[in-house]
Design a protein around this ligand. Structure first.
Ligand code: SAH
Ligand code: SF4
Ligand code: F3S
Length: 471
């Protein structure tokens, strides 16, 4: 792909923005400000996309609501990674036919990864007549134009081009928080793990220009953001398509070197190209959080090969060893799949021994879900569902024990925390805070401390969190 075919031209972005402004002129003449609701499923990439959708809606003059009854425009940003995620979306969209009956002018839009799957878009078109608009990730920058077509021409719009993908710079962003911000550094994925739908719906890897990333972070820091997460499906591939002789570690160093007090995180990393250079850069950069999310997916080298992951058990364990040599207190989290087609009981046990060996701080555990169009969906899958569920439970129990033990090791320690919000879950601790490594610390104190770093003593722990006191 040539760079000028990947980057959406400034003229095209300006055209979309001028449609926002034209819609705004209509909207300001209405008796009351119309409201939009944006509901997001899936990963941080979708959260970041939703912030752009909200940014465009805000520019059009919409206010926001969480109440689907009063929304004039509803946008549901969907995920396709597992069947469960798709089913939830279909259930919720089905229920919206009732709200639309009460409010026929309501515009219902579906976007995101699940809409890029041909069978899902076809199903919406056929069976969900109350949905006005469907667009895939590659059409996101054209949302103003598509909404105009629904509002003005009263057409039903389906826009899911099957392309390698674009980079659209300069769209407005309405961020959810005031302290933490996502910054996309690349889009798409080239890895084609055999179970995964993401490369099929998000297109090929494409990296944003480093200068634009740096200026976005500079702007965020000027606005008072303190916690920056660089986002991509596989950030370790950053820069490969740029021809600038620059990789992810170089970008991390450059963001770290921006003036200001802030924490820098990133996700997700792929073990096959998490390099020693990256680990050394993390260890050296004082603003990079001592934290890494490094999905291993399986503890069996045979299964890893069948997954097309390009590393084996030993290589993964070796990586963790080298990382801990450089950053002994690193907080490690990971993703794992139970019941990949053909996984034997012995191979599953290798996953259990891997987590015992590594002792992750937390683990995201998934039961394999066949995705239409991926190679693994065609593999023989003899293990009964009940056995997969048993294995899943065993993995959860093992990890919960490890998480609780790791959290207990914090008790009695005094460390730096960043106070990041109000705690709605816990009556005795009114604030939430995070360790540098990102572990949650419940704590009580003045609300004015939100947005500052403080010293806390950890006094109690559970499987999921720590409890502290300011010192
Ligand atoms: N790009 C990231 C995350 C992708 S999706 C990465 O490679 O790490 C997040 C997680 O969902 C994956 O790490 C994997 O553990 C899980 N996942 C993806 N496809 C799945 C499937 N078909 N069934 C079950 N889990 C899946
Ligand atoms: Fe999916 Fe693998 Fe790409 Fe992650 S690296 S998004 S699991 S194909
Ligand atoms: Fe889901 Fe798409 Fe993210 S499939 S996990 S929302 S990239």
């Amino acid at each position: 792909m040539k760079r000028n075919e990947v980057i959406i031209s400034q003229a095209e972005i300006d055209r979309q923005l001028s449609i926002c402004d034209a819609l705004r002129e209509r909207i300001v003449t209405l008796p009351a400000q119309p409201l939009a609701m944006v509901d997001t499923y899936g990963c941080q990439q979708n959260e970041a996309d939703s912030e752009q959708i909200r940014g465009m809606l805000r520019r059009m003059g919409y206010g926001f609501t969480e109440d689907e009854q009063e929304a004039d425009v509803i946008v549901i940003n969907t995920c396709a990674v597992r069947e469960h995620a798709e089913m939830r979306v279909l259930g919720n969209v089905g229920a919206l036919s009732h709200t639309k009956k009460k409010k026929p002018s309501q515009v219902i839009c579906l976007c995101g990864c699940a809409m890029q799957e041909p069978h899902m878009a076809a199903k919406i078109k056929r069976s969900f007549r109350h949905v006005d608009m469907v667009f895939g990730p590659h059409a996101l920058y054209r949302f103003p134009e598509l909404l105009q077509e629904v509002l003005v021409q009263k057409n039903r719009v389906f826009e899911t081009p099957d392309v390698a993908g674009y980079i659209a710079e300069g769209l407005p962003i309405a961020r959810k928080g005031t302290l933490k911000a996502w910054v996309s550094i690349m889009y798409g994925c080239n890895n084609f793990c055999t179970y995964c739908i993401v490369p099929h719906v998000r297109g090929r890897e494409r990296s944003r220009d480093p200068e634009l990333i740096l200026s976005e972070v500079r702007q965020l820091l000027a606005e008072g953001y303190k916690d920056i997460t660089l986002l991509g499906q596989n950030v370790n591939s950053y820069g490969k398509d740029l021809g600038l002789n620059m990789d992810f570690a170089d970008l991390l160093q450059q963001v770290n070197d921006l003036p200001g007090e802030f924490m820098l995180r990133f996700m997700t990393s792929h073990p096959k190209d998490a390099s020693q250079k990256l680990f050394e850069t993390m260890a050296r950069c004082e603003k990079v959080a001592p934290q890494l999310h490094l999905p291993f997916q399986s503890g069996s080298s045979r299964v890893l090969k069948a997954m097309n992951r390009h590393y084996d058990r030993e290589a993964y364990l070796d990586e963790i060893r080298r990382l801990r040599e450089l950053i002994p207190d690193i907080v490690l989290t990971s993703d794992v799949i139970v019941g990949f087609p053909g996984e034997t009981q012995e191979e599953f046990e290798e996953t259990v021994t891997l987590i015992e060996e590594v002792r992750f701080d937390a683990l995201f555990t998934f039961i394999y879900s066949p995705r239409e169009g991926t190679p693994a969906a065609t593999y023989p899958d003899p293990m009964p569902k009940e056995q997969k569920s048993k294995n899943f439970q065993k993995l959860l129990d093992t990890q919960n024990r490890i998480s609780a033990e790791k959290h207990a090791e914090y008790v009695g320690k005094t460390l730096r925390v960043f106070v990041d919000g109000i705690n709605t879950q816990d009556k005795t601790h009114n604030l939430t805070s995070r360790t540098d490594g990102g572990r949650l610390v419940h704590i009580s104190g003045e609300e004015s401390l939100i947005g500052t770093w403080q010293t806390a003593k950890i006094v109690k722990s559970s499987t999921w969190a720590l409890f502290g006191e300011f010192v």
